[in-house]
Design a protein around this ligand. Structure first.
Ligand SMILES: Cc1cc2nc3c(=O)[nH]c(=O)nc-3n(C[C@H](O)[C@H](O)[C@H](O)COP(=O)(O)OP(=O)(O)OC[C@H]3O[C@@H](n4cnc5c(N)ncnc54)[C@H](O)[C@@H]3O)c2cc1C
Length: 507
């Protein structure tokens, strides 16, 4: 499949081409005050970079979150922005934010729109700030191994540009073709090599941010410091609620001399989890470690990779200097076989690596009309099996009447715990939009609360958005007031991405 075809497929799923635009969508707003505000944006950015076209307002109304898609799929109007702007520089972003602040207009930063949490959904209307025109690489420092770039650069383009110079970002999310650098940072994302190279928040070194009052600030341009709490990490993961990220400096890595894989089959998920725990607590540093439960192995791995496996499939990988790669693979082989894993051989590991993104794209991905959701969480090794069992039961038993299925894999590992990428699937959800949305919300609430009750968190690497925002006070308890106080101090008018993170509404 060409890059273009993949892009079109993503767009299709986002509803861009399925829009059966009603008459209402096609009529331009005629409100006088609205026109006055639109003209201020046109003056600031040039008319060509400001859109109020109905098709744009529709296209920017949702991301990859299923709930707004279900709504639109059933013929109802999603939450739309009032205006879409395309700034080309930090100064232009600052101008946009100042205008919005003066009019108390919500500002919704928008990268690739590949987020799955409703982070870009304009719940209260406002101005969507699409940063994709800001897509330049500003500097590659090949002595310090860093790249500085604008936030709107597409992940795959950045990767190709780095590869041409012998480097890699080593951040390979399945959404690499659609997501932006700013989106990686804003949502604390994770790629297929995160077990070795870290998540987005581990890789980023410094940021430039336009604050909600239009001021531009920079965090300290150093690898680390002891100069007070981390301002950098305040903005990392803030999903557009504290400002617009306008420049990113992030680690890069030399292209590895070797990258190799192997695969194993475990009869029991607990044996696979124990093998993974031993690999990580011995600090073996695999670049990839991914364990599928039996449901995932027999349905998904079989379908995507064509492997007829019974049991729990695990792929392990190592990269770096060739002899070190051999040693790491040997050490992992010893641990896996000790735990009862049957070696399937490097070919079946390499096969996974070549097809690693296929799981998330047509025809293999979960999409409408199925109702599904990735309810992933993370916890320490002592709790991981308990959380897996509890969530499986909560979904399969709790929503039995809807034929709910539960599948899971474990893909981002740390020395002290692991992420569980688990999903619910309802093959035939209700057709009525209200009923469908209610069921969707109930499953999410059940899954999230089960995670919290068993030592997990609301999310590991997709973010919070409005999908999980309403549960943030439950997760944090009294500590949520600290987050709200920071939000109020930085954004007293509450214009930045309102309705997300469970923050109180001000506009
Ligand atoms: C098929 C598919 C596979 C995926 N696989 C992965 C995966 O493997 N790993 C992973 O981590 N995620 C994955 N995701 C989720 C998603 O791609 C990531 O969350 C990604 O980081 C979002 O980037 P984006 O540029 O599309 O952000 P958007 O969806 O545009 O925005 C996400 C959030 O960040 C905010 N934001 C965006 N840009 C800025 C900015 N410049 N300043 C301030 N705030 C900003 C938005 O307001 C929103 O709240 C996947 C999604 C899809 C559709």
């Amino acid at each position: 499949m060409s890059l273009n075809e993949i892009f079109i497929d993503i767009m299709k799923q986002l509803g861009y081409f399925v829009a059966n635009l009603s008459r209402e969508f096609n009529s331009m707003p005629t409100d006088f005050r609205y026109q006055v505000i639109v003209n201020e944006f046109r003056d600031a950015l040039g008319s060509e970079n400001v859109s109020v076209r109905p098709v744009d307002l529709y296209a920017y109304s949702m991301d990859y979150y299923l709930a707004p898609q279900i709504w639109a799929d059933r013929g109802l109007k999603p939450c739309q922005p009032d205006i879409v702007v395309h700034p080309g520089s930090t100064e232009e972003v600052a101008r946009v934010v100042k205008i919005a602040s003066r009019h108390r207009l919500p500002v919704i930063p928008y990268g690739g729109g590949s987020g799955s949490q409703g982070g870009v959904t304009p719940l209260y209307g406002g101005v969507v700030v699409d940063v994709k025109r800001m897509d330049r690489i500003l500097r590659v420092d090949d002595r310090s191994l860093t790249v500085t770039a604008q936030p709107g650069i597409n992940g795959q383009r950045l990767e190709w540009a780095l590869n041409r110079r012998g480097f890699t970002l080593a951040h390979y999310p399945a959404s690499v073709y659609g997501a932006t650098l700013g989106g990686y940072i804003a949502a604390r994302g994770s790629g297929t090599l995160s077990t070795k190279y870290g998540k987005a928040e581990d890789m980023v070194l410094s940021l430039e941010v336009v604050l909600p009052n239009g001021e531009v600030i920079r965090t300290l341009p150093v690898p680390n410091h002891a100069c007070g709490p981390s301002l950098l990490q305040l903005f990392v993961g803030s999903e557009g609620t504290l400002g617009v990220i306008t420049e990113v400096t992030i680690r890069i890595e030399p292209m590895p001399e070797a990258r190799r894989f192997n695969a194993y089959l475990f009869e029991d998920i607990r044996a696979g989890l124990e093998a993974g725990r031993r690999i990580m607590t011995r600090r073996l540093q695999p670049c990839t470690l991914r364990l599928y439960d039996d449901n995932s192995s027999e349905r998904i791995v079989k379908r995507v990779l064509g492997l007829d496996v019974r049991g729990c499939y695990m792929v392990v990988g190592a990269d770096g200097e060739a002899s070190a790669v051999e040693r790491t693979l040997d050490a992992m082989a010893a641990i896996c076989t000790e735990q009862g894993g049957r070696e399937l051989g490097p070919r079946l590991g390499e096969h996974w690596w070549r097809h690693r993104y296929d799981f998330y794209f047509p025809p293999h991905n979960l999409m409408l009309p199925e109702m599904s959701g990735t309810v992933e969480t993370t916890t320490t090794y002592d709790k991981i099996y308990g959380i897996y069992r509890a969530k499986k039961e909560a979904i399969e038993e709790g929503f039995k009447e809807f034929g709910a299925r539960y599948i899971a894999h474990f893909s981002h590992w740390f020395p002290w715990g692991v992420m569980i990428y688990d999903r619910f699937i309802i093959p035939k959800p209700p057709q009525d939009p209200q009923e469908a949305l209610e069921l969707h919300t109930m499953i999410w609430a059940k899954a999230a609360r089960t995670s919290l009750a068993h030592g997990g968190v609301l999310n590991d690497h997709h973010g919070i958005g409005f999908k999980l925002g309403w549960l943030m006070p439950e997760q944090y308890g009294p500590a949520f007031a600290v987050l709200q106080a920071i939000k109020d101090a930085l954004d007293p008018q509450g214009i930045m991405n309102p309705g997300k993170f469970g923050f109180a509404r001000r506009v």
